[in-house]
Design a protein around this ligand. Structure first.
Ligand SMILES: Nc1ncnc2c1ncn2[C@@H]1O[C@H](COP(=O)(O)OP(=O)(O)OP(=O)(O)O)[C@@H](O)[C@H]1O
Ligand SMILES: [Mg+2]
Length: 253
């Protein structure tokens, strides 16, 4: 079958133009994304998942975060890069997770499964902890609630002044415990970099590394998360023993 877009490349250009708020935004995004991902964005727009793309909030090696308008309101669009280097590691994390046991060992399948993993993890996590609401998923493109104001994300935990580090630490440890016990999930990359601060509320983001409790490395990841969190809050004035914190999180309630 012939793809209509191959016959009418101009039509595709028109659609791209319509999708972006300005030509500067389009050029900036085109510089970062590959053609396949651009196609996934167009599909998301065709599905009414995205109305307008405004531009890039942050872009790293493995993913880019874009700002968009959607029917649900302002959205963060997280795009997992097809050129990401960490395929072997991603494949390893996916294979060990019973939800993704059958993932194929090819780049495209791995990246799409990675996006789906963050989507599923966010869905589970939302039962326990404040995190971005899900709007939708299209291949390697995840559309979620924008956590911020005036078009800027709220600050990361590492960049704010914490008034009561002991209380914030207790709350965070309790959420980790609940996520583990009730949703059988570990965040896997929890730190002051992946928590945003919305007035006095902590919002957890970046769940792509999260795995199911039955993953062979799940406990190790949870321990690492606990250590990172305790070390961070201790550096902000708390005084917590890591072993005691581990006991709280791992003890059966
Ligand atoms: N839902 C959101 N709302 C507002 N800002 C967001 C949202 N998601 C991500 N961001 C912003 O983008 C930054 C990077 O996002 P995130 O931590 O999810 O990706 P990453 O660290 O690049 O991802 P990964 O580790 O999966 O490659 C965040 O620190 C935050 O500033
Ligand atoms: Mg992050």
């Amino acid at each position: 079958m012939v793809d209509e877009d191959d016959l009418y490349p101009r039509r595709k250009d028109d659609r791209k133009r319509q999708m972006f708020d300005s030509s500067d935004a389009r050029k900036a995004v085109e510089n970062v994304l590959d053609d396949d991902t651009m196609d996934a964005l167009l599909k998301a727009a065709d599905r009414d998942l995205i109305n307008k793309m405004y531009g890039i909030i942050e872009s790293g090696k493995e993913s880019a975060i874009l700002l968009a308008d959607t029917k649900e309101g302002l959205a963060a669009v997280k795009i997992y890069m097809k050129r990401a280097g960490a395929f072997r590691e991603m494949y390893h994390y996916l294979k060990g997770d019973k939800r993704f046991r059958n993932v194929k060992n090819d780049r495209r399948a791995i990246i799409d499964a990675w996006a789906k993993k963050e989507f599923k993890n966010l869905k589970k996590a939302s039962n326990v902890v404040r995190c971005p609401e899900l709007y939708g998923l299209q291949e390697n493109v995840l559309v979620m609630e924008f956590i911020g104001e005036n078009f800027s994300p709220y600050p990361k935990l590492k960049d704010v002044n914490i008034e009561n580090p002991e209380t914030a630490l207790d709350q965070t440890l309790n959420k980790m415990k609940n996520l583990w016990e009730e949703e059988k999930l570990v965040h896997g990359d929890l730190s002051e970099y992946n928590i945003l601060v919305e007035s006095d509320k902590l919002v957890w983001i970046d769940f792509s590394q999260g795995v199911h409790k039955t993953h062979p490395e799940a406990e190790q990841l949870l321990k690492r998360d606990v250590k990172n969190i305790v070390n961070f809050f201790n550096s902000q004035g708390a005084n917590r023993d890591i072993e005691k914190a581990l006991n709280v999180v791992f003890s059966a309630s």
